[in-house]
Structure formats: structure tokens, C-alpha cells
Write a protein that binds this ligand. Sequence first.
Ligand code: HEM
Length: 151
Amino acid sequence: MDLYSIVLFVHIVGALVLFVLLTVEGVGLRAGFPSAALNRVLGPISALAILFPGLYLMKAQWGWTGWVVVGIAAWFLIAVIGAGTGIGVMRGRITRQAATASWLIRVGMALGVVFDMTVKPSLLVSLGAVVAGIAIGGAVSVAGRRGVLST
Ligand code: HEM
């Protein structure tokens, strides 16, 4: 047990909280209950628990590798799109369809980042994983809109 492994643990807890929040948001969208208040409190905590330990891990061992750079960019986009969607939902300025598309795209991006963090591929493959996550999330959203997924 060393500092590195403890910091990695905090980083992974931050990532787990992100997925818990995404799950609550998705269930809320489906069942029609608001999740923006919870996300407003725990979202920034999760984001910081991911970023600062992540920067430490990068500096301690990995440097500016492609998967780290893609991870930082995706982390930023997930935070900004998530905050924008939450504010839009709270103010009634965004439709449920758009909020669902935003949610699916962020889930896809986050899964792409988990792939990058564990496999640690080249810049191109790292980028491809996140773009694939976005594309799959977008495709599921379009399929849902067209009723392909309804039973
Ligand atoms: C959505 C955002 C993120 C998620 C879901 C995420 C998730 C993870 C997970 C699950 C691991 C463990 C991989 C393993 O041990 O095999 C990991 C490792 C790592 N993450 Fe992240 N991460 C994110 C963002 C970031 C950011 C923004 C940085 C850099 C600032 C970063 C830097 C690192 C580093 C350097 C490791 C390697 C640790 C190691 O394998 O020893 N991560 N990440």
C-alpha cells in the first residue's frame, strides 16, 4: 500500500460516483423524477475526485499520454454538458428528448474513457473509443425517438 494506490482508489471512487449519478439521472428521466438537485451537489465532488487524483497519477507515472489527454478532454465535456443539461432541465428550457440524448451521449463518453483508462491505448485509439461511445449513445437516442426500442 502506497500513496499512489490510495490516490488511484479516490480516482476510481470519483468515477463510480459519476456512474451512480448518471444512473440516477437516467432513471429520473425515465420515471419522471428530478435528479438535477442531487447532481448539482455530488456532480462537482465527483468531478474533482476524478480530476485532481487523475492529475497526480499522471504526474507520478504516466505523463501526457494520448489516453490521459483524451480522458481530460472527455472529463471536461461530460462536466460541461452535464451541468448545461441539468440547468436546462431545472429551468424547463430543454425537452426530455434532448435531455435523454445528452444523457446517452455522456454515458457513452464515460464508458469510452473507462476503456481508455484500463487499456491505455494510443491517442488515436483513445479518441476512437470516446467517439464510438458518443456515436453509440447518439444512435441509441435516435433509435429510442423512432420507437425502435419500445416494446
Ligand atoms: C470520466 C472521467 C474518468 C473516468 C471514468 C476514469 C476512470 C478511471 C479508472 C476506472 C481507472 C483505473 C484503471 C486501472 O486501474 O486499470 C483510471 C486510471 C487512471 N486515470 Fe482516470 N478516469 C477519468 C478521468 C481521468 C482524468 C481527467 C485523468 C487525468 C487528469 C485521469 C488519469 C488517470 C490515470 C493516470 C490512471 C492510471 C492509473 C493506473 O493505472 O495506475 N483519469 N481512471
